[in-house]
Design a protein around this ligand. Structure first.
Ligand SMILES: [Zn+2]
Length: 196
């Protein structure tokens, strides 16, 4: 096959050279209310790859990105912190044959971290893209949580824009007795997050 990024022949959807170039070096954090959100990239760096979401090639792209980011992150995390932590993806709904957020959380399964797939589902999926904060606040996702209670959770999503969705997800989890440690996203749309 050809590398999706540079079109050179490659065994993988992203070739070794592109993976090296894309490898996240500047992890940034943003705090939304009481929630710390850690992101691996600025949105502009990954935009062309994230646009494959819901397309056939997106399945392999998201898997490759998860392997480069979520997987090493959680492996390091569980090494430093040996309690059992659960991984909850924001709205792992299937569209065009796969749930892109589930590809991220699936990569985070270790001996001490367990993904709870499809445990936090939106009941309202009105399109947010290009909409302002007021619109997003007026049209909440109305998440329903069906996972375990009294657990420690890392929340996972593909991007953070206003942070409203993650904040709403955090609130629903807290109402269900879940301790949200922090959130993890591939890319941050806002410029100027502080460097960790
Ligand atoms: Zn390449």
């Amino acid at each position: 096959m050809r590398c999706y990024s540079c079109s050179k022949l490659s065994l993988f959807i992203l070739c070794e050279v592109c993976v090296k170039q894309l490898f996240p070096t500047e992890i940034s954090t943003r705090t939304i209310g009481t929630l710390d959100v850690i992101s691996f990239y600025k949105y502009t760096t990954l935009e062309f790859l994230l646009h494959t979401k819901h397309k056939p090639e997106g399945y392999r792209i998201y898997k490759a990105l998860a392997k480069m980011t979520m997987k090493p992150f959680i492996e390091e995390f569980v090494e430093a912190d040996d309690r059992l932590v659960y991984i909850v993806g924001v709205d792992e709904y299937v569209k065009s044959g796969y749930a892109h957020v589930a590809l991220l959380t699936r990569a985070m399964k270790t001996k001490y971290s367990k993904p709870l797939h499809s445990a936090l589902m939106a009941q309202n999926r009105v399109n947010y893209s290009g909409k302002d904060l007021q619109f997003r606040l007026a049209n909440p996702r109305n998440f329903r949580y069906t996972g375990k209670q009294n657990i420690d959770v890392i929340l996972v999503d593909d991007i953070i824009t206003t942070g409203i969705t993650l904040q709403e997800a955090q609130k629903v989890l807290m109402e269900n007795g879940v301790n949200v440690l922090f959130a993890l996203t591939l890319a941050d749309v806002e410029e100027g997050g502080s460097i960790l």
